[in-house]
Design a protein around this ligand. Structure first.
Ligand code: DQA
Length: 152
């Protein structure tokens, strides 16, 4: 099974940006943790991070053609603005799970709206890096037992 992990703008600045919100571990540490969890779960992962909306749309579209089984996505600020990322997730019809490191529902009101989330099966919010692990477990279990696949 192959999962694509998509991280949006400014997540490459983890460990530097707003440490009181996002913690002091950096993006490389997050990637290492995700790769470790993939090993434990017996799945393949591809990681991508971009500060550009179109690049994220391109990567989601590519997932349709490259054998990806599911997507874990933290669209970061594009969560709250991007209909293009929502449409890309809907276009590929791959099972997707939304992750946010911080509790977006307890912050500024504009962070409560998630466009990408409308195309996601599950949402792990405010659990720090652990949210990525829970999202991966969710997809591996549901795809593995046939509950989720392309188009459902
Ligand atoms: C975030 C929350 C977003 O509102 C914010 O723009 C981010 C990170 C999170 O992981 O908590 O960049 O997606």
């Amino acid at each position: 099974m192959k999962l694509l992990i998509v991280n949006g703008p400014n997540l490459n600045m983890l460990g530097i940006r707003e440490k009181h919100i996002y913690g002091d571990r950096d993006y490389a540490a997050l990637c290492r943790m995700i790769e470790g969890w993939a090993g434990e779960l017996g799945c393949e992962v591809e990681l991508c991070q971009s500060n550009h909306e179109g690049a994220i749309v391109d990567r989601i579209q590519q997932a349709y053609f490259d054998g990806t089984d599911g997507i874990v996505i933290n669209p970061a600020a594009y969560t709250h603005t991007s209909v293009a990322i929502l449409d890309a997730l809907k276009a590929v019809q791959l099972p997707a799970v939304e992750v946010h490191i911080s509790d977006v529902n307890a912050r500024e009101p504009f962070r409560r709206l998630s466009y990408a989330g409308m195309a996601c099966e599950a949402h792990f919010v405010g659990m720090g890096f652990e949210g990525y692990r829970l999202a991966m477990v969710y997809l591996v279990e549901k795809i593995g037992n046939g509950e989720l696949g392309i188009g459902n």
